[in-house]
Design a protein around this ligand. Structure first.
Ligand code: A3P
Length: 283
């Protein structure tokens, strides 16, 4: 396992950065959920910040978008307890590690999925630019780690498969990054219906405008001071999030051989995965 001392530790077989303390990870099941909590789940680099911004606008800021549940130390549980408004709680946790009470209380969940090749490239840049992650030598060494699940948050494949296995146990909306890129208006309508929020077409169009990649990137870059917390436990620096925001960037990185190995693993692992069907997976 390629872990760099001091930055990454393994918990339940999954690599976490030290920004997620062992104490907190051990105590997650003490978390007390509320019926109106909304869980926002993703594998890293799937469009979490984009979705979080859409949710904030849909709720007209009458909600508290918390930092990720796995970020920090054990004091996190008290911090969450002290929030009085509705909580939107982001996480990159696998299904098995999500606090039991969120499942028992059947809290609504939104899970965003991105095609794994673009996710891999996006995470490669995160490793390169994010001081909280270990140094990686080359794209090919990194891709091997990604395929083995030796990267932070573990295997992309296992993350999806874990949620697939339990997809009917809690009310969950599955969203796809590429579908959002193709028709954001339609995706926002889907989200608002799932959450029971009344918005008209003009309001949705306004949200589309304000959450375009360029608008979000410009907004963060303009902020001289700290642009506010991120929804990813791996960084507090929002400027690291908005890189390219495109579909198909993987084609600029994968060699023919790497692509074949990736496709073989994808076929083997995701063959009968229902959640994988809508993924815009390109070979
Ligand atoms: P790239 O690195 O491919 O550019 P996350 O928020 O889960 O960390 O995901 C980050 C990825 O989502 C980055 O991908 C980022 O550019 C992209 N992203 C962020 N905001 C976006 C937006 N408004 N529209 C499209 N993509 C966006």
């Amino acid at each position: 396992m390629s872990v760099q001392t001091g930055l990454v530790h393994i918990f339940n077989g999954i690599p976490f950065t030290t920004r997620s303390s062992t104490d907190l990870l051990t105590s997650l099941n003490d978390f007390q959920a509320r019926e109106d909590d909304l869980l926002l789940v993703s594998y890293p680099k799937s469009g979490t910040h984009w979705l979080a911004e859409i949710l904030k606008l849909l709720f007209s800021s009458k909600v508290c978008l918390t930092s990720p549940i796995e970020f920090g130390d054990v004091s996190k549980l008290d911090e969450l307890k002290n929030i009085t408004s509705k909580r939107i709680i982001p996480t990159h946790l696998s299904y098995g590690m999500v606090p039991t009470d969120l499942k028992v209380k059947k809290c609504k969940t939104i899970y965003i999925i991105r095609n794994p090749k673009d996710t891999a490239v996006s995470l490669f840049y995160y490793y390169r630019d994010n001081p909280n992650l270990p140094t990686i030598e080359t794209w090919s060494a990194y891709l091997e780690m990604f395929l083995k699940g030796d990267v932070v948050c573990g295997s992309w494949f296992d993350h999806i498969l874990g949620w697939e296995e339990h997809k009917n146990e809690t009310p969950t909306l599955f969203l796809y990054y590429e579908a959002m890129q193709k028709d954001l208006h339609k995706s926002i309508r889907k989200i608002s219906t799932f959450l029971g929020i009344n918005v008209n077409d003009d309001e949705i169009s306004e949200i589309c405008k304000r959450t375009s990649f360029s608008e979000m990137k410009i907004k963060v870059e303009k902020e001289k001071s700290d642009p506010g917390p991120t929804v990813c436990a791996l960084t507090s620096n929002k400027k690291l999030i908005f890189r390219k925001g495109t579909v198909g960037d993987w084609k600029n990185y994968f060699t023919t051989k790497q692509n074949r190995i990736f496709d073989e693993l994808y076929d083997a692992k995701m063959n009968s995965c229902f959640l994988a069907n809508p993924i815009q997976y390109e070979t």
